[in-house]
Design a protein around this ligand. Sequence first.
Ligand code: FDA
Length: 385
Amino acid sequence: MEYDAIILGGGAAGLMCAARAGQRGRRVLVLEKAAEPGRKILISGGGRCNFTNLGTAPDRYLSANPHFAKSALARYTPRDFLDLVEAHGIAWHEKTLGQLFCDGSARQIVAMLLAECAKGAVEVRCGADVTEVGHTDGLFQVGADSAPSLVIATGGPSIPRMGATGFAYDLARRFGLKVVEPRPALVPLTLGGDDVLFRELSGVSAEVIASAGKASFREAALFTHRGLSGPAILQVSSYWRPGDPVRIDFLPDRATGWLIEAKRQSPRAGLRAMLREALPERLAATLAERLGCEGDIGNLPDAALRTAEARLAGWTFVPNGSEGYAKAEVTLGGIATAELSSRTMEARRVPGLYAIGEAVDVTGWLGGYNFQWAWASGVAAGDAL
Ligand code: FDA
């Protein structure tokens, strides 16, 4: 059958794009390989879907071209998505750091997107695993269906057990588009060597400032049986490169010189007890042991305390890897933005071909930014095709 647009992938970006195009009178077909659409939405935000972030701004995204996302993000904002959520009567709340979640279930977001698709008479066909796309005389063919516009919205390869693959990249390359090397992002990091001792702290978490390269995040870090996780670590993982250190300030609220001051105030206290005031017991014990400052702090030279303080403010781990796509919330890299119009997401060299969502080389921070990109890029393409 002939359509105006065929959208590959019924995820966040694909459904949003389909709803917009359908409501503009376009005949739209969505081909989704899973048995139901929006499966990553369903598992997102612990089942409550962190659907946007009020702090959305281009500098919260990683891309080879940091300017690319500006246009789409400016034209479809968190407020626009919130208006839609409210129009559908979905109750929501702000958790922390501008993160908006459903009070109820992520299923409400999928139902909302499907209702919007239905308003536009969009055909959503599930169980349709697309492997081949033809292109002749300005028409894209997928099986027995064809259209002058084709949208790649098949996401990235993170969480392969859900069927995620690099199909978007393979397809883009077949059309001659460049792909920025993909790698796992928002992913736990693994520890080996000397750092392996910290894995004994599995389950312990603390609010820290974690840094990798020039990026720093103040959020919770969590020790796991394989290494480091928690929001602060997931955030820095997007900026971390193999071989690089990750620095952790375990005491972000302590001013320089606090240990010397503590020595004056409570000379009979041990370092472990001092650390316990701000950190969980097991973490305090491990850090004190590794610093090798035994006994009363009153008996320790100021120089030793200064060194301990500096190490606590910039503890260096050198992760030996990450937990990979199996645990990565998103994928960095993807279809090169240089190939696409930032206004419409259409490929410059292949008229009628569009790419949106995670498939594109635009990756957000943790906290609803990735869905906001999916909605905004979906709208940009949906309003143009
Ligand atoms: P998405 O992956 O949503 O959709 C792609 C669709 O294409 C899928 O339905 C897939 O089945 C289909 N497909 C793939 N290949 C196909 C083929 N060959 N033929 C047909 N269909 C095909 N983000 C956020 O902002 N807030 C959050 O709370 C979370 N939470 C979260 C939790 C977990 C566990 C994960 C893994 C990820 C998140 N994310 C998130 C990230 C967010 O889920 C992600 O950025 C968006 O889903 C990307 O939307 P897309 O539509 O681009 O891809």
